[in-house]
Design a protein. Structure first.
Length: 389
């Protein structure tokens, strides 16, 4: 479905919209409580556990799953794989919304939203990893916004501005890949300062490498998953090109993801060998570690390879969902489950219902924004005025 001018669609009263509305109302209530009563009123955080799911899930998982933006744009514009062109705009939109929601989640964790830019414009601690992460996320979110604007300009009919931005796409893609390399790995490096708190099976000098490698197949899996949802629920917004190329994108990313995931498993084995942590594998923590690596990395890697070889789209989509769950499990293991593993059960952190509800609210905002944009702007189809471009 192609649109020549902005169209405003009246929302329908459906079960989905009712559920979304309830979540949004509850989220607004929790937001008011957070910023009027303080962080202690809505979380189970304490001095032993200063980071909860707003960091472990909303930030670490959000950034990893938003990696589809740099992976897809690099595949198309840097490596010249034009068969992935139809997946670029949906991937960029997902990445842009993902990073925007990460910044929103940081407001809940840090409080005092007006001081969020301070580390970038006023901080003197330029040797800090948090400074590097904050600066890269700030810059990359800006890059993603600019990369997204051609679709908005087409929707609004601003042809001249759109033409200027399109000329910058290659430069923006290269800059985005550099920034992603930096902050994806730096998020892993943040945990290098807690060798006494993080379990040895998850603590490693290779943590920055683990985070960067896993972000690549996380992004690919998210592109496949998002594409499958779009084909099911937003098929009316797609043109023939997007429908035709969708399976090729899924099989191509499945093949690449399987290779990267096998390489990831190999680096995990190297990390175990370097740190000589083999003896931990016989413990209960070792079983949980193997469950993560074998069950949520090696297993979906095999499924990706088989699905790509046999052109089995259902298998590929299942592997993508399983991989996304594995990324979430890994980030939560590092930030919460295996963190402060030596503390008694009574002193361990477990998120409150308010924390979980806030995270659900933030994810729901992303779903609403994605649906709003894709049903109005040329994301899943080409605008008729720009097909020649």
């Amino acid at each position: 479905m192609a649109l020549d001018k902005p169209v405003f669609i009246k929302p329908k009263l459906t079960l989905f919209n009712i559920i979304i509305g309830i979540i949004l109302v509850m989220g607004l209530i929790l937001t008011i409580l957070r910023f009027t009563k303080g962080i202690g009123a809505v979380t189970n955080l304490d001095n032993n556990n200063p980071w909860g799911i707003w960091i472990g899930f909303d930030l670490l998982c959000g950034v990893a799953l938003a990696a589809g933006g740099y992976v897809t744009s690099a595949s198309c514009y840097i490596f010249g794989l034009k068969r992935y062109h139809s997946a670029v705009r949906p991937a960029i939109l997902t990445a842009f919304l993902g990073y925007a929601l990460v910044v929103l989640a940081l407001h809940y964790d840090l409080g005092r939203p007006l001081r969020l830019p301070y580390p970038i414009f006023y901080s003197q601690g330029t040797s800090s990893l948090l400074f590097e992460v904050g600066l890269c996320v700030f810059l990359y979110l800006t890059v993603l916004f600019v990369e997204f604007t051609p679709a908005a300009f087409e929707w609004l009919g601003l042809k001249k501005i759109r033409a200027i931005v399109v000329k910058l796409i290659l430069l923006l893609t290269i800059f985005g890949v550099i920034l992603s390399t930096l902050h994806q790995s730096s998020l892993g490096a943040l945990f290098m300062i807690v060798p006494s708190k993080l379990h040895p099976l998850w603590y490693s000098g290779y943590l920055p490498i683990y985070f960067f490698i896993s972000s690549m197949f996380a992004g690919m899996s998210m592109v496949i998953f998002e594409g499958s949802l779009a084909h099911r629920y937003l098929e009316n917004e797609m043109d023939a090109t997007h429908k035709k190329e969708a399976s090729g994108v899924a099989f191509g990313f499945a093949k690449a993801a399987s290779l990267i995931m096998m390489g990831y498993c190999a680096t995990k084995l190297i990390g175990l060998a370097v740190d000589n942590n083999w003896h931990f594998l016989g413990t209960s923590w070792g079983l949980w570690f193997m469950f993560e690596v074998v069950g949520f990395v090696a297993f979906p890697a095999v499924l990706f390879a088989m699905g790509s070889r046999e052109k089995n789209l259902t298998m590929v989509r299942f592997a993508a969902i399983w991989t996304i769950l594995g990324i979430i499990l890994n980030r939560l293991n590092i930030s919460i489950v295996a963190f402060n593993y030596h503390l008694p059960a009574a002193d361990r952190y477990f998120p409150s219902l308010s924390e979980i509800g806030t995270s659900v609210f933030i994810v729901t905002l992303g779903i609403v924004a994605y649906r709003f944009i894709t049903t109005r702007m040329p994301i899943l189809h080409e605008h008729p005025d720009y097909k020649a471009h």
